[in-house]
Design a protein around this ligand. Structure first.
Ligand code: ADP
Ligand code: MG
Length: 450
């Protein structure tokens, strides 16, 4: 492939992964400086672009480069180099001077980016939208377009690990990309209060308020931890009003709605409720699957569909736990070279599942009987034709997998005398689960009916 052609293919690939604004701002001007062995050197138009790509989009870039080169290129180095052509002496002198000037001012900007308290990984690109967070997401997007006026304040609430912090920071990061000079601050309510207390003690409340007043956007996380102390609520109210009246965007996140934050002064509560209050609900199965798929794509990893489905089905509490579970399974799959649905269930401690629903052995056999159209008495009989044996083995497998029954008990439930037949039956199904999609579909279908 020609260099030019290679560059275009890489850029095309990146375009499918980032928003057009991000692409135009950082990637469109990339060019190839050198290729050697497994490495590529890419030129960025200035050090800010280099910094942004390195801190926020490096994995995206690396993924695209590896993908379009079939992993022939596996390393990327970014350098600051404005164009390919060697200019005249004067031009070069100018470029050097300009670059050194830029280096300083851009370092300042970069410093600003770092002092916002924002985590660059929390972006809209990585936020999966589902029915549980649709409204909050739509409002967040609207705020990026019109900070300070669309919805102010914006109050997000919902259970732990459901994406409140991610979403509020995505707003901050997106505003910063649109306007690198925007003054944004993300902080926990706890550290905000600490700073406020310091300022009261040192009698510098005005300076404190001025500092916050200079912001364009304030993101206050975990506002449920606002102090119960009257004096602090008073000071908080004043600071809040100062910002609000100056048209600064305020975003608050909490694990409960304003009405349920105890000891919150009525006037503050009504301020919180005066903008938009949006909740984030638990993600449904579909969204959980999409989140897993997204994370895998991000990390350039692969897991079979049945495994993804099982993880999503088992972990329905919150997204943080979903990520933890996924990581556990990925590590297991990497170290063992393979992972089965049974592995996933046992790794994720599926016992709760059976206990929670109080499933009994007969329920399982009944559903197997219905699904496969084999009578229960045949499953328990001595008959050995293929269909009946298969239904019996499926029952054995499920009694073990779902109820964790000991083999001797399983033997009794399916009318066998000794447990070695059961052991054989279960391992037969375990093997089929790896090779036969019909069997894994059947197992999933039966489980969903339990
Ligand atoms: P909260 O602040 O509500 O406790 P976080 O924002 O810290 O939750 O989210 C927990 C984890 O789940 C983070 O790693 C975050 O990136 C991820 N996450 C949350 N919501 C989503 C989503 N909609 N799409 C993708 N990842 C998400
Ligand atoms: Mg949080």
């Amino acid at each position: 492939m020609q260099t030019k052609e290679l560059l275009n293919t890489i850029l095309e690939n990146i375009q499918t992964k980032v928003s057009p604004q991000v692409y135009d701002a950082y990637f469109a001007s990339l060019h190839i400086v050198n290729i050697q062995d497994e490495s590529i050197v890419l030129g960025c138009k200035n050090s800010f672009t280099k910094q942004v790509i390195e801190t926020r989009y490096f994995q995206t870039l690396l993924y695209s480069v590896k993908k379009v080169t079939d992993e022939k290129i596996r390393h990327i180095e970014l350098v600051v180099k404005s164009t390919n052509h060697t200019g005249t002496k004067a031009e070069n002198l100018f470029t050097t001077a300009f670059n050194s000037f830029q280096k300083h001012t851009l370092q300042d900007i970069t410093q600003k980016v770092l002092s916002t308290g924002l985590n660059p990984k929390y972006t809209f690109d990585t936020f999966v939208v589902g029915s549980g967070n649709q409204l909050a997401h739509a409002a967040a997007i609207a705020i990026v377009d019109n900070p300070g006026s669309a919805y102010n304040p914006f109050f997000i609430y919902g259970g732990v690990g459901l994406g409140k912090t991610h979403l509020m920071q995505a707003v901050g990061n997106a505003i910063l990309i649109k306007n690198p000079n925007a003054k944004i601050l993300y902080c926990s309510t706890e550290s905000f209060l600490n700073e406020m207390i310091q300022s009261i003690m040192k009698k510098t409340s005005n300076t404190f308020r001025e500092k916050y007043r200079a912001l364009d956007v304030l993101l206050l996380d975990d506002i449920q931890f606002i102090s119960q102390k009257e004096a602090l609520q008073e000071e908080f109210f004043n600071t809040f009003n100062t910002l609000y009246q100056a048209g600064k965007q305020i975003i608050l996140a909490s694990d409960r709605p304003p009405s349920e934050i105890s000891h919150l002064e009525e006037r503050i509560r009504s301020r919180f409720e005066g903008g938009l209050v949006a909740d984030i609900q638990k993600p449904n199965l579909e969204t959980r699957i999409a989140i897993i798929q997204n994370k895998l794509k991000d990390r350039n990893e692969f897991l079979p569909e049945g495994i993804i489905y099982t993880i999503a089905e088992l972990v329905d509490t919150n997204i943080r736990e979903l990520e933890g579970a996924l990581l556990k399974i990925s590590i297991f799959a990497k170290t063992n070279g393979n992972v089965t649905v049974t592995d996933v269930r046992s790794l994720l401690g599926d016992k709760i599942f059976a206990v929670k629903k109080k499933i009994n052995p007969l329920d399982i056999i009944k559903i197997v009987s219905e699904e496969l159209n084999i009578e229960i008495k045949d499953i328990r009989s001595a008959k050995r034709n293929y269909d009946i044996t298969y239904a019996r083995q499926i029952s054995m497998y499920l009694l073990k997998d779902v109820l964790k029954l000991p083999l001797v008990k399983i033997a009794k439930h399916v009318g066998r005398k000794d447990h070695t037949t059961v052991m054989h039956g279960i391992s037969k199904i375990e093997k089929l689960l790896q090779s036969d999609p019909n069997t894994s579909r059947l197992i999933q279908q039966i489980k969903s009916k339990l």
